[in-house]
Design a binder for this molecule. Structure first.
Ligand SMILES: Cc1cc2nc3c(=O)[nH]c(=O)nc-3n(C[C@H](O)[C@H](O)[C@H](O)COP(=O)(O)OP(=O)(O)OC[C@H]3O[C@@H](n4cnc5c(N)ncnc54)[C@H](O)[C@@H]3O)c2cc1C
Length: 499
């Protein structure tokens, strides 16, 4: 359900809470809020949720020992896997559980890992972290470099695909009454009086008593709108690449080599079975949209991956991308999350999250509910909260007998549109029916265009389905919203014949 935005202030919609930002953090908060009585809205500037930082990272859960500084961050990261496991069952969405293996390539790294193991033990981290020798490491990961001296092995992590998760979370929240405003940018926030705010958006004004600022890289800008000028962000950029599924056997678990504040050496399976490598030495982005990847940076990431898994090759890279990490300057301990009520605007909660925000997102959502309650909001749980949401079955992953049933129920399962990822017409149409209205949204929800050819074969097909089912011209279909048109005109036939 999309919110109906009134253009004038008199007729405006008024909410108990507006969440700004539909990344993994805002989507978790929206879903958590929808368990309670009240009128809630999520406002997202992009045409789909999960189009911000949440889509540009490895989407792996991390153990708290990788981020020991910051008591709040530590608390919210702790035991993330069990929260994700429970949510995956409720929301019918993939959580690919794997182990984490930190490989030591020299004695300094070995000592660092031994310290990390001790820290994990002292802090009672879930996962039973223990040091293993080179022999056991090779049994777990046969393709790891023979130069490895040993490793730290822990259980209880895993990977998600964040755009798919944000969609599932918000779809379930909408089932429970959340109103969703997509392609709606918050431009300003006015205060009539405490607990009475006017949220000025690109499409009109919304009223609210409480506001949660989960705007990711733009959390500082939203904070400034209510007079909080002291939340500043330090940005760094990491580069990642995805390998073709033909080499997915190269690692079974999340395999880390060297890691630190300024770099990261990772080879890991993704939630949907590719291998992701990254993130190299972090650099300073020129601005918040500076997500370009240079050939030099890509080579660095490939070389670092090869050092861990020698069979990794640049020729298996099917795509690369960069993500921008943020650290706020407001938390008392550098590196910690800052989540707190505004000092100038009562009822406004800022969530300035850095890495690993995705890991911590379920616990962040619970914490934000606690803060709203402390700020005075009456939190009464709904008796009729629907915790289950149904996803849709992937044809490629179904068993033979399931495939037969799917085909009998809808013959469009027999038409494979994306050959690389075996995505059928039925799945693409289901994604469009449920709200995907750009080619990127279809890609994130179905994987059409995620394979070796990166949409070279299926891209036109997906675009035409969108045009047909949305009743628009192919020239009006965008890749990811405003201005990102993919077809600029027609060469021979008349426009009306394509509509
Ligand atoms: C390279 C890299 C690697 C990482 N690795 C991991 C990892 O492996 N594990 C992990 O747990 N974490 C990792 N992280 C961190 C994690 O990705 C982030 O902490 C998390 O995705 C942040 O989610 P978010 O919802 O706060 O932000 P976002 O996903 O950016 O969401 C914020 C949303 O707010 C919207 N928005 C902004 N301004 C406005 C406005 N004015 N009006 C309306 N909407 C607005 C944006 O469009 C966006 O959708 C990594 C990050 C990076 C960059």
């Amino acid at each position: 359900m999309r919110g109906d935005l009134q253009q004038n202030k008199q007729g405006r919609n008024v909410y108990d809470v507006i969440v700004v930002g539909g990344g993994i953090v805002g989507s978790m908060i929206a879903r958590e809020l929808s368990k309670y009585k009240g009128r809630f809205a999520l406002v997202e500037k992009e045409p789909s949720t999960g189009f911000g930082v949440s889509k540009a990272n490895p989407s792996m859960l991390h153990s708290a020992f990788m981020f020991p500084s910051g008591p709040l961050r530590h608390r919210l990261v702790y035991d993330a896997a069990s929260r994700y496991r429970k949510l995956a069952g409720e929301l019918d969405v993939v959580f690919n559980e794997v182990d984490e293996i930190f490989v030591a390539l020299n004695t300094t790294q070995l000592e660092k890992l031994e310290k990390a193991q001790k820290w994990a033990e002292e802090n009672n981290l879930p996962g039973g972290h223990r040091m293993i020798g080179a022999g056991e490491l090779l049994e777990l990961e046969p393709h790891v470099t023979p130069k490895a001296l040993g490793a730290l092995h822990g259980k209880g992590v895993g990977g998600i695909y964040a755009p798919e998760w944000t969609f599932a979370l918000v779809e379930n929240a909408v089932q429970n009454g959340l109103e969703l405003y997509l392609s709606t940018e918050v431009k300003d926030i006015g205060r009539e009086k405490d607990f009475q705010y006017d949220v000025v958006t690109s499409k009109g004004i919304l009223g609210t008593r409480y506001l949660v600022n989960a705007a990711g890289l733009f959390v500082d800008e939203i904070a400034r709108m209510v007079g909080d000028n002291d939340i500043k962000l330090i940005l760094t950029k990491g580069v990642m690449a995805i390998l073709d599924k033909s080499v997915s056997h190269l690692v079974r678990n999340m395999v880390y080599g060297s890691y630190g504040k300024d770099h990261s050496q990772l080879v890991t399976p993704t939630a949907h079975g590719n291998i992701l490598i990254g993130m190299g030495y972090f650099t300073c982005p020129e601005h918040k949209a500076d997500t370009g990847v240079s050939g030099e940076k890509l080579s660095e990431v490939v070389e670092m991956a090869k050092e861990l898994i020698p069979a990794v090759s640049e020729k298996d890279v099917i795509t690369s991308f960069a993500g921008i990490r943020s650290e706020n300057t407001k938390a008392q301990v550098m590196g910690d999350f800052y989540i707190g009520e505004s000092e100038h605007a009562p009822g406004v909660i800022h969530a300035a999250i850095g890495s690993p925000g995705l890991t911590a997102a379920p616990a962040i959502a619970e914490y934000v509910i606690e803060l709203l309650s402390r700020a005075g909001m009456a939190m009464e749980e709904k008796k009729d909260f629907k915790k289950h949401r149904t996803g849709w079955r992937r044809f490629e992953e179904a068993s033979f007998s399931e495939k037969e049933k799917m085909l009998a129920s809808d013959p469009r399962y027999g038409h494979v549109v994306c050959r690389c990822e075996q995505v059928t017409e039925a799945e693409i149409l289901e994604a469009i029916r449920r709200g995907a209205d750009t080619t990127d949204a279809v890609k994130h929800l179905t994987r059409a265009g995620m394979g070796r050819c990166q949409g070279g074969f299926c891209g036109t097909g997906v675009l035409n389905y969108l045009a047909r089912y949305m009743g628009i011209s192919p020239t009006d279909v965008t890749k990811k919203g405003v201005g990102s048109y993919q077809v600029c005109g027609f060469t021979k036939e008349k426009r009306s014949q394509h509509g």
